[in-house]
Ligand binder design. Sequence first.
Ligand SMILES: CC(C)(COP(=O)(O)OP(=O)(O)OC[C@H]1O[C@@H](n2cnc3c(N)ncnc32)[C@H](O)[C@@H]1OP(=O)(O)O)[C@@H](O)C(=O)NCCC(=O)NCCS
Length: 182
Amino acid sequence: MVLDSRLATLRSNFTFGACKAVHFCALTPKQSESVRLWRNHPEIQKQMYNQEPITTQAHRSFIEGLQHSTARSYWAVFDDGRGIGTMSLVRINLVHAFAFLGIYINPDCFGTGSGTKILQLLEFVAFDKLKLHSLRLEVFEHNKRAIAFYERNGFVREGCLHDYAWVNHAFHNIILMGKIHA
Ligand SMILES: CC(C)(COP(=O)(O)OP(=O)(O)OC[C@H]1O[C@@H](n2cnc3c(N)ncnc32)[C@H](O)[C@@H]1OP(=O)(O)O)[C@@H](O)C(=O)NCCC(=O)NCCS
């Protein structure tokens, strides 16, 4: 029963202060297209494992695949109605109470503190709603902005996955970071 309610949480929308997280499956076509365009922006794309442009068909299939997933969930985040980015929980394990997170902001929002707002909302969902114990993430070693951002927000470096990702014809180191719920 408790497990069922936590699984329902994975497909819910959330409000936290002025921010609202809307599950990808509940986005309007226009909102969904905005998310695809953010994801395809060069500044976002270059920080992702998959750096191929996302087509409309691939985007639609991806969202359809989320409908019944119990292991991953994606939301677009709106601040006073304005789309500021996305957040996700993947590799969700309710037995061990962990998940890996992902965040990217609307490229128009760089330098406005949007990432912090999204992370606060994501931690609310992960720790308060899903009752997870720990959050982890993987980030390119060269993504200094993101590493500094996560450290500012209480994540610590837990290790380096050497030559973990094959991107742009080269292997790249990945930094593993984590936060244990207080
Ligand atoms: C990593 C990422 C999510 C961080 O989000 P962000 O919005 O840039 O980070 P912050 O919320 O800390 O805001 C950053 C800047 O806004 C400024 N800012 C302005 N107003 C602010 C406010 N009210 N609160 C906090 N910061 C504010 C900060 O000073 C900071 O400036 P700085 O970068 O010059 O130090 C974002 O840069 C991003 O999407 N990057 C591309 C994708 C990516 O790398 N994702 C992570 C992969 S693991």
